[in-house]
Design a protein around this ligand. Sequence first.
Ligand SMILES: [Zn+2]
Length: 490
Amino acid sequence: MEELTEQMQNLRSKATELFIREEWKDSIEAYSHFITLSTQNQTPSDPDQLQKLHKSLCIAFCNRAEARFKLGYPYALECFRTALVDSQAGGNSEMLNGYVEKCKKFEFLSRTGSIDLSDWVASGFQGKAPELAEHIGPVQIRKSEISGRGMFATKNIDAGSLILVTKAIAMERSILGGKDLSEDAQLVMWKNFIDKVVDFIRKCPKTRDLIGKLSSGEDEEGLEVPDIDIFRPESLENMESIGEIDMGKLFAILDVNSLTEDAVSANVLRKNNDCYGVGLWLLPSFINHSCCANVRRLHVGDYLIVHASKDLKAGEEITLSYFDPLCPLHKRREMSMTWGIHCKCKRCVFEEEMFLKQEIKEIEIGLERGMECGGVVYKLEEHMKRWNVRGKGKAYLRASFWSAYSEAYSSDRCMKRWGRRIPAFDALIDSIIDVVGGDHRLLKILMEELKKNGGGFVEMEKALKLAREVYGKVVKKKAMRTLLELCIGA
Ligand SMILES: [Zn+2]
């Protein structure tokens, strides 16, 4: 213990000296080392010693944040600044302890990616969205067979686990007022958004460098593969780079990578849902599209949480649905045009063959002409039996004709007529989840079914599991039920 104290004192002096000499990068490293040592070791039992340690820690956190800011790294500074003022004003020990606890919690959240929004959800999203900590899970960026670069799991990841927690570089929101945004309003929104991005990168060269790593839609195959570590908040890479912003390239990058909150694979947690936001998040921009995606997005304030919507294996590419996966091939092809992609996922390849069949074409036409949904489902299931389409193939087609299935299973009249001749509800839902992962519409219909038939413990557990795949593990069990009430009225 004695030795360690001396080591810590030396570290602290060295860090402070570097800080005073304005050697920001080295002082950050020294302070980080000091913080790690002081927070990992046993806390002194002597209250005087504890007070001293907390004061040193407090100054270390503040100076480190200040040094990061000097290097153009504004994240999380506000919280540190408040505390700095408090500590300089000779803040009392309770305040100091509270502050140190807050910093430690922040570091813990960032390291583990554990989030608990239970209280906020239980309050019905009252007040401001909670401040989260940036987190990067077990993932890396690599060359992808889908297109250019992609994000890959480096470990097995359970469904519902958080993979990325990341704050927007900039976000802009518009109130919808019950209707779609007019073209003018969209232009204003886009202009404000771009202004915010430009403003941010003028202040922060590191962010400008990182944005420069994103795709501008050209020469996807020739792009360098960045090390994921440079996106970590504590990364000191590229902090002193200089150079001007190439506005043409920036526009192209924003055009390709900006995300809107109203996407089908995104959920937004907030009180008033009558608004619409666009934003830029760095790491999520590396995630490619698939019609059988394995992650979803959850928006909490300016934070974007990416979580697994299926169990993921180490080495597997992480994919997101850029557009609705619960519709047929040609509809998906249409939607993918706006993204400038031509999806070659297993499902698209399989369906390309299937949708050539006359029988499938007839089903599509029948649906468009308002043929009874139960009949459509029955026909499709019978054809699949005859063609010996099983497992994933069957699930792909079921997902494609989801509109017919959901209507059939929600209608009592339809179920009376076709119920015995079409697959059981549970088996159907399981097979679709198996290919598209957690989806809020599957969850909604499952909850409705539960209500109708008064499901027991097993059924409820199944619904909660699906809820974690849709929203991620962000709340405790009890709050998850509140979340379901608030989000899908179930
Ligand atoms: Zn596809």
